[in-house]
Design a protein around this ligand. Structure first.
Ligand code: FMN
Length: 339
């Protein structure tokens, strides 16, 4: 009998602990879903345990054409994991992150005294992908030096190439060729179109995808926009816009991994999120130019032409610079991502 009462008391204690932590863990998930993801698919699922949080890939959201190896999907999970770590520190939890071979990320969470908060936490809701034409103003060299010092995880490397440099021009030409290949690929444009949200009501209804305003398009009924958009997704139109946007940027940032594994993609995502949040704090805008990393033939050329060290894998390309803020993209309700 005594044993049974002890068992009940212990159980009640554990339950109270979980209940007390639950709002904190939910808060962490709320911050996690503000992370960027390819085509804004939000390919994550979260499971809350007693003293840990799991981030699982939601493979129903994979982009089989643009991201056949799910590299960008796991990078997106890494971005979300970094937000969890920053939110955990904010609430006084220490974190320890591990990635299983199937890409499930476990974040052990322990409430401790003296956990240091990060100033990057405040940037989570402010960060955004900004696809507009930038102001053409260069980022000062001391800020670029600080950018290169942002701590990268595992074997992730960061390179920054200034506008007009040889490397900047190489990336620009490869983006141009990448656009030409991707825009001529019906499967690519079909996949892209399926994630486009052409007006406010469809953007609100799904809470995901690429809203018309985030790609600088006017709002239109879907039945009118869908056939029309094809005439904009052409190599010529895409390149005209992108070349002007790249030219208006100060630098191109490249992130690489050493072995191109799931664990490294997650580490790259966490490192990327640090770069995005730190540059946001400096009022620097960013947008992606991943075409040369997505297409195997161009990736090889990128490696050789940039003289990357043997075995280094170009994975994420960003343009950065100064710009006006743009409207924020939407997110699904957190409940939809909770297991
Ligand atoms: C791994 C990854 C790859 C991405 N690739 C592209 C890209 O090729 N082109 C692009 O315009 N945006 C790209 N994005 C940005 C997403 O479309 C963006 O994060 C998403 O629409 C949500 O918008 P937000 O970043 O403003 O919150 C990428 C984001 C991630 C994390």
């Amino acid at each position: 009998m005594k044993r049974f009462i002890l068992f009940l008391l212990l159980n009640a204690f554990v339950m109270t602990q979980i209940q007390a932590q639950k709002p904190d863990f939910l808060f962490m998930v709320e911050q996690a879903v503000k992370a960027p993801s390819g085509h804004n698919t939000q390919p994550w699922l979260f499971k809350i345990y007693e003293s840990s949080l799991e981030i699982r890939p939601n493979m129903t959201k994979s982009l089989s054409v643009v991201d056949p190896d799910n590299r960008e999907l796991f990078i997106s999970l890494g971005c979300a994991a970094e937000n969890v770590c920053l939110a955990a520190a904010q609430k006084g939890y220490s974190t320890s992150v591990s990635v299983a071979s199937d890409g499930v990320i476990t974040i052990e969470l322990h409430k401790l005294d003296g956990v240091e908060k990060s100033p990057l936490f405040a940037q989570i809701p402010i960060r955004q992908t900004n696809r507009s034409v930038y102001r053409g103003k260069m980022i000062p060299s001391d800020t670029v030096a600080l950018l290169k010092k942002i701590p990268m995880l595992d074997q992730v490397q960061l390179y920054a190439y200034a506008n007009k440099s040889r490397e900047f021009e190489i990336v620009k030409l490869l983006v141009e060729r990448g656009n030409t290949l991707q825009m001529k690929d019906q499967l690519f444009t079909d996949e892209l179109k399926s994630w486009m949200r052409f007006n406010e009501s469809s953007s609100k209804k799904t809470g995901d995808g690429l809203s018309y305003y985030s790609v600088g398009a006017p709002s239109m009924p879907t039945f009118i926009a869908k056939p029309l958009v094809g005439s904009y997704l052409t190599p010529e139109k895409q390149n005209k816009g992108d070349m002007e946007k790249i030219e208006s940027s100060s630098h191109i940032v490249l992130l690489t991994t050493k072995h191109n594994t799931i664990g490294e993609w997650v580490a790259l995502g966490r490192s990327l999120q640090r770069v995005l949040l730190q540059t946001t704090a400096w009022n620097i805008a960013n947008a992606y130019l991943n075409q040369p990393c997505e297409l195997p033939q161009l990736r090889e050329e990128l490696k050789t032409q940039l003289h990357l060290p043997e075995g280094e894998y170009p994975t994420i390309l960003l343009r950065i610079g100064y710009a006006e803020k743009v409207p924020y993209s939407k997110r699904k309700d957190v409940k939809e991502s909770l297991l």
